[in-house]
Ligand binder design. Structure first.
Ligand code: O2Y
Ligand code: MN
Length: 584
């Protein structure tokens, strides 16, 4: 008798008609075979084995360099269950479309069956997924990003408890590119892209879109959050989880080298992108990082911005769409070394600076998490780490102060639901356009976000020791447009205040938006800030918040009747607090 996995593989083999089927075991020999296959295919090359041992550079199809939200669908039975912020397609229609595209899609090719665990192998919070793919690059990447192969088969046994994911490259044509999620069935089906979030199905598809649905059904949380531990001078580590939209430095914060190390404050990395959290027997929200690696943006990463990752990527790493030096080393803009002569750009051509950057702006490193010098000794703890603080954040030039604490859980949910970031030239070409991205989950929530807010509100009632909720903004500018805060390792000063607030210390003043540090509440010794910068960083300016109130109201109204009334209540309370604070 076939196991559920075998039956599912057979069914899909009948559809995709591969020449051969390989069940991946995750061994080092198999990994070497994958890289040999990728090198043979011509889009991958080995890097300098002396300076970057066991490292490879892969060049994706230039039409396939990022996640594509416009072709990402939530295929729930009812359109309203996907909500106003997701693309929706009826499941039957989606399946017909995908079956037609996949009929014979692997003819003459290998079908790899990739069993994997999202989360530590023995954690009760972890989940098994199986990805069918015809891409050796996906297999090699999944081996870094998850616990892949034999270990996953041992956990799965003959059970049917796995999240199935189908992936086929087809002809890597944007016209035939779709990433479909079937939340009722917990199925993922992606075609036409070999890149990142579209193709490594354990990451955004399973660990966020499908897991967010499971989390709501089962009473836990799947969030787009980094997890870090802040060690204090007495050795106690306090864990925090933080959600920022893209391009706000999540990986850098998670891997920060603390500017207060001399005072005994150190940051430990548990995860840089995703957190799965369940209420533990001790009443704390316990978080695991479902991933086993970091898939980080290369440009802008250097010895100053993220020394820990620069150390980590010197071995066993897979680079995608970065440039190549004549020494066969990876290079990108912001690596903090001058571009050498004779560079090859991300498309494999001699680099001409007049034609654009050498590395693609979304080029990536894929590196095992355990190679980070900052990796927490608890990062694989099956019980997870207890979360004491949630931190939301965005890139706001004027409005939001450096840090503030919400009044309570319900207010914190409102802060997360209305969080936003202003676009940078690098991201869109248009500077300063406000994009609302609730809890940084807008592209990753597998169901109606109004219900997602409801789930957050419910969780708050159930967690005996609920995390306190904060908001940070590293990107406030002065009137001449200069950043007021240095960021990077200095951000630990803000984490220290958060830690003190968690412990019932930390000086704060009450403002209409929440508790803001007093000037003396932040540890600023040894930091040369411009005169008046601290006041500017901590100011809550009613005039700036007026348009924000109008904009957040409009955003929340998008969710109609389904929006929990508590959020409109919080909006009303915020407006009232401002009214009371402004002299008539
Ligand atoms: O463009 C992609 O496919 C990658 S997107 C990504 C990668 C790592 C972590 N986060 C993200 C994201 O978009 O949030
Ligand atoms: Mn992310």
């Amino acid at each position: 008798m076939s196991t559920p996995l075998e039956s599912w593989v057979e069914k899909n083999a009948r559809l995709m008609k591969p020449e051969r089927i390989v069940f991946c075991d995750g061994s080092e020999e198999e990994n070497q075979r994958m890289f040999a296959e990728m090198v043979r295919e011509g889009d991958t090359l080995e890097l300098n084995p002396k300076t970057y041992p066991n490292c490879y550079l892969h060049r994706s199809n230039p039409n396939d360099v990022a996640r594509t939200e416009q072709v990402t669908f939530i295929c729930s039975e009812k359109r309203e269950d996907a909500g106003p912020t997701n693309n929706w397609m009826a499941p039957e229609e989606a399946k017909q479309k995908m079956s037609a595209l996949c009929d014979g899609a692997m003819r003459g090719r290998t079908m790899y069956v990739v069993p994997y665990i999202m989360g530590p192998a023995r954690s009760p919070i972890s989940k098994v997924g199986v990805e069918i793919t015809d891409s050796a690059y996906v297999v090699a990447s999944m081996r870094i990003m998850s616990r892949m192969g034999k270990v996953a088969m041992e956990r799965l046994g003959s059970s049917a408890e796995f999240v199935p994911g189908l992936h086929a490259l087809l002809d890597v044509n944007p016209e035939r590119r779709f990433v479909m999620h079937f939340p009722e069935e917990k199925l993922i089906w992606s075609v036409g892209s070999g890149y990142g979030g579209n193709a490594l199905l354990g990451k955004k598809c399973l660990a966020l879109r499908i897991a967010s649905v499971m989390a709501r059904e089962q009473g836990w949380m799947a969030e787009h959050m980094l997890i870090l531990g802040l060690e204090a001078p007495d050795g106690k580590v306090t864990y925090m989880a933080a959600a920022f939209p893209s391009a706000c430095g999540k990986t850098n914060l998670a891997m920060m080298v603390s500017a207060l190390e001399g005072q005994g404050y150190r940051v430990w990395t548990v995860g840089d992108d995703i957190a799965w959290m369940q209420i533990g027997a001790d009443g704390y929200l316990r978080a695991i990082n479902p991933e086993a690696g970091f898939f980080g943006v290369a440009p802008g990463t250097g010895k100053h911005t993220n020394p820990n990752v620069m150390d980590a990527i010197r071995k066993n790493s897979l680079f995608t769409n970065v440039a190549l030096t004549p020494e066969r080393e990876p290079w990108w803009e912001g690596i903090e070394s001058a571009p050498p002569a004779g560079m090859i750009d991300w498309k494999g051509k001699t680099w001409d600076p007049a034609q654009g950057p050498a590395a693609h702006p979304n080029s990536r490193y894929t590196v095992p998490a355990q190679q980070a010098p900052s990796i927490s000794p608890k990062w694989e703890d099956p019980a997870g780490v207890p979360i004491s603080a949630f931190i939301f954040g965005g890139r706001r030039a004027r409005m939001a102060p450096l840090v503030y604490e919400s009044f309570d859980w319900q207010h914190g949910v409102f802060v997360g639901a209305t969080m936003a970031s202003e676009t940078t030239a690098a991201a869109t070409g248009a500077v300063g356009v406000v994009r609302r991205d609730p809890m940084a989950m807008l592209p990753f929530c597998g169901y109606n976000m109004a219900d997602y807010f409801g789930h957050w509100l419910e969780m708050g009632k159930r967690i005996p020791h609920a995390p306190k909720i904060f908001h940070v903004n590293w990107f406030r500018r002065d009137t001449s447009g200069k950043f007021l805060w240095p960021g990077f390792g200095e951000n630990v000063r803000v984490l220290k205040w958060i830690l003190e607030r968690v412990e019932g210390r930390g000086e704060a003043q009450e403002t209409p938006i929440g508790y803001v540090p007093t000037k003396g509440g932040l540890t600023l010794d040894g930091l040369a800030l411009a005169p008046g910068a601290v006041d500017d960083l901590l100011r809550v300016n009613a005039a700036d918040w007026e348009p924000e109130l109008a904009d957040t109201r409009q955003f929340l109204e998008k969710f109609g009747e389904r929006l929990p009334k508590e959020l409109l209540e919080e909006h009303h309370k915020l407006a009232q607090r401002f009214q009371r604070s402004v002299p008539a």
